[in-house]
Design a protein around this ligand. Structure first.
Ligand SMILES: Cc1cc2nc3c(=O)[nH]c(=O)nc-3n(C[C@H](O)[C@H](O)[C@H](O)COP(=O)(O)OP(=O)(O)OC[C@H]3O[C@@H](n4cnc5c(N)ncnc54)[C@H](O)[C@@H]3O)c2cc1C
Length: 456
């Protein structure tokens, strides 16, 4: 399975692709987004009662999982107008370290042409707002970028294994060659002789990026500043209370005995002790990415490992995200970052099932080396660069699922975000906060993301 295939916009919703890319604009934060949506519009078409009760009294809100979804959820809970730190105690449990999984090891591409279309416009706007409010350019490398699809055929390698091209043309000559073949001329870090075709997928008006680790840890810090307590520990069990059915809420369990189950707490073990403890919970939000089914087995979230590397290139690289298509079929995705590094990820594999924690993810050096060879074969600047990170993580699939699970009062899920979890995290967090404090999602429609669709 290739990440690239999953990234393609759904056919029916695909925006028409520009035929020519504009020169790179390093940062368009000072420009208004042309994709802004108005709250009133969104509200009108999307209000959907989820059967949760708006919060009035003291509450213990527990979030399980400190990836990007858990951290943006914590952030937006603390920014909701009804949040009152004197009444609402929010705890975020993270089993290993904040952003230790996919949220810290992803590419970080954001696109107005991502999916699902129900939440992408909201999330695109919120990324922009977050960057403006919290200096995202400096803090998490937010910037607008170009994105393109590159079909390439590496030249015959000069060394048997390395795909080296041995080209030494200067940037001006390369730019001329690129221009002649209709390829953006700032892609001088590519070997033009390897390019078969290039097509634009996005421009700075609808495509951006963040450094996902920096973004996620910033969200965690900003939430903590407003009162969220972060505990490093693994949640192992959920406790419920059962009472005679009184509620007419659609989220009640009306089957069988006429009783309702409501979340009452969690059992957890801190990383610095082996003694299980309990913590009360009136609202429990599961944001454990691919690990969510360990606490909610009826929810299906496929998990696939993916490797990636970070390189210090030998020369500056333009702000161009590239989805490659190479004869080997490995097709790495390449994301230059504003910190002068480039990130590249390869295809997913199913060789090793999901380990129990992010700390136990196995990194296969050969798979990282395969990524390096592929990108080296089309770019002398990457070939001559230095690999500074080799890593792997698990991509959560199936969703995104956002909302209450239905049978148990007070239990919500936000997981299974596929290859667009970095993009869709702010919308997810905001919508979950609305569900918790107002009983329903107001800023976008989440009907199609109802977790019950992914449960058996
Ligand atoms: C190679 C790759 C590249 C990607 N590139 C992009 C991209 O460019 N743009 C984009 O939008 N998306 C991208 N994604 C997708 C994105 O990374 C994911 O969708 C997103 O990170 C999922 O976030 P999450 O918070 O749901 O899960 P995770 O990041 O997996 O976080 C889950 C957290 O829960 C914790 N946890 C698990 N169980 C427990 C427990 N019982 N108790 C306490 N804590 C627990 C884990 O330790 C972990 O920290 C990419 C993914 C991959 C694999």
């Amino acid at each position: 399975m290739l990440l690239k295939r999953q990234r393609q916009p759904q056919a029916s919703k695909q925006a028409s692709k520009p035929t020519h890319l504009q020169p790179t604009t390093p940062n368009l934060l000072d420009q208004p987004s042309i994709y802004d949506i108005t709250t009133s519009n969104t509200h009108e078409r999307s209000t959907f009662n989820l059967g949760l009760l708006p919060m009035a009294d003291e509450q213990d809100i527990v979030i399980v999982g400190g990836g990007i979804i858990g951290c943006t959820t914590a952030y937006y809970l603390t920014r909701h107008p009804s949040y009152d730190p004197a009444k609402h105690r929010i705890i975020l449990f993270e089993a290993t370290k904040i952003a230790g999984g996919a949220s810290g090891k992803a590419g970080g591409l954001l696109a107005r042409w991502a999916y699902p279309s129900s939440i992408v416009p909201l999330s695109w706007r919120l990324h922009d707002e977050l960057a403006r409010e919290h200096s995202g350019v400096e803090r998490w490398g937010y910037r607008r970028v170009h994105a393109g699809s590159l079909d390439a055929q590496p030249s015959a390698p000069t060394s048997a294994d390395d795909g080296e091209t041995g080209r030494t043309d200067g940037d001006e000559t390369i730019a001329e060659q690129l221009r002649a073949s209709g390829v953006p001329e700032d892609l001088t870090w590519l070997d033009p002789s390897t390019i078969l075709s290039y097509s634009s997928l996005g421009s700075p008006s609808n495509t951006a990026q963040v450094h996902p680790y920096q973004f996620t840890t910033s969200m965690a810090s900003l939430a903590a500043e407003k009162g969220v307590k972060i505990i490093l520990g693994t949640v192992t069990d959920i406790q419920y209370t059962t009472s005679p059915l009184q509620s007419t809420s659609p989220s009640s369990n009306k089957k069988g005995s006429g009783t309702a189950r409501a979340v009452s707490g969690v059992t957890y073990t801190r990383t610095d002790t082996s003694t299980p403890q309990t913590h009360p919970a009136t609202t429990l939000i599961l944001t454990a990415g691919p690990w969510t089914p360990t606490l909610l087995p009826s929810l299906t979230i496929p998990a696939h490992r993916a490797h990636s590397i970070v390189i210090h290139p030998s020369k500056p690289i333009s702000a161009h995200a590239l989805f490659t298509s190479l004869p080997t079929g490995l097709n790495p995705e390449i994301y230059p970052r504003p910190d002068s590094t480039i990130y590249a990820c390869g295809p997913t594999d199913s060789l090793i099932p999901l380990p129990s924690t992010t700390a136990l993810v196995e990194v296969d050096h050969k798979r990282c080396e395969d990524i390096r060879k592929q990108i080296s074969a089309i770019s002398p600047a990457l070939r001559d660069g230095e690999v500074v990170t080799e890593q792997a993580c698990y991509l959560p699939g199936g969703g995104p699922w956002i909302g209450p699970v239905g049978k148990e009062e007070g239990l919500l899920v936000a997981a299974g975000h596929t290859c667009w979890g970095i993009m869709n995290a702010p919308a997810t967090g905001k919508l979950v906060a609305e569900m918790v404090f107002e009983g329903k999602a107001k800023s976008a429609s989440v009907r199609s993301l109802d977790p019950r669709r992914g449960m058996w």
